[in-house]
Design a protein around this ligand. Sequence first.
Ligand code: ADP
Ligand code: MG
Length: 298
Amino acid sequence: MSIEVQNISKNYGTQKALDNISFKVNKGEIVGFLGPNGAGKSTLMKILTTYINADEGVAKVNDFDVKSNPINVQKSVGYLPEHNPLYLDLYVKEYLAFNADVYKVAKSRIDEVISLTGLTPESHKKIGQLSKGYRQRVGLATALLHNPDVLILDEPTTGLDPNQLAEIRDLIKNIGKDKTVFLSTHIMQEVEAICDRVIIINKGKIVTDNTIENLVQEVVEQIIEVEFDQNVSETLINLLPNLNSYSNTNGNNWELNFNTETDMRPAIFDFAQHNGLKTLQLSLKNRNLESIFREKTK
Ligand code: ADP
Ligand code: MG
């Protein structure tokens, strides 16, 4: 198992940051850790990379326990922190050489990570002269120096322009071909573009852990709000085809959830006419992965 988190909790004073979190990441997976600001993403990543300790629970990376075996955890993981700390006065190669020393990595690895992260055309420059996108590449190159099995990337694309964003996403996908990647983001599209699976965290609790494929299935559902002119029995509502679930939201208002791609509004209109009802209002609420994220993190 690449990452194993069991019942992890963490408080900062009275502020609860993580509340009894558990999940696993298998070798080779690219998993998105999605949540609004303040949800606890960075806190968990700092625990997994041994920067801070959890109050409760067990966390393992590459089967090494973060508490009892931090050195082996550090050898197993490459970490791109949220605020990627770079020395702006150093040249790219100088900075990587400095880190290679710290990690006791052969100097030959520097050119490898430069080429792997597409830094070659900028590698003669000072970090301070690089665009945000290239600075992120330097951060990724640093994380890859010791050739770790697991990459933990904290909001790797935040603050990038659309072109840089696409480039860094491609780069992460490419690196993910032979590594396990656990990346945080607050953007659902990011997860769609890069990940196999998404874990959604809200207020320190996990609210979703599912494959993108399964979530897309959920999206096939359509929600229709309808107001009839009179009271309708549940028995009658249940006669509607493709009905997944329903709720009587208020008076003669219903929220109907259908599991089909066919627009069900004409069918509801016919259903009403057939049963001597009038539809006073009929509206389709569009659902996409973004709306799932919003629902789960309300
Ligand atoms: P995210 O990365 O999802 O935005 P964080 O893990 O940074 O969330 O923060 C989770 C919660 O813990 C937030 O309420 C944040 O304000 C709080 N927090 C984070 N770091 C500290 C700290 N060093 N001291 C006190 N509170 C903190
Ligand atoms: Mg964060």
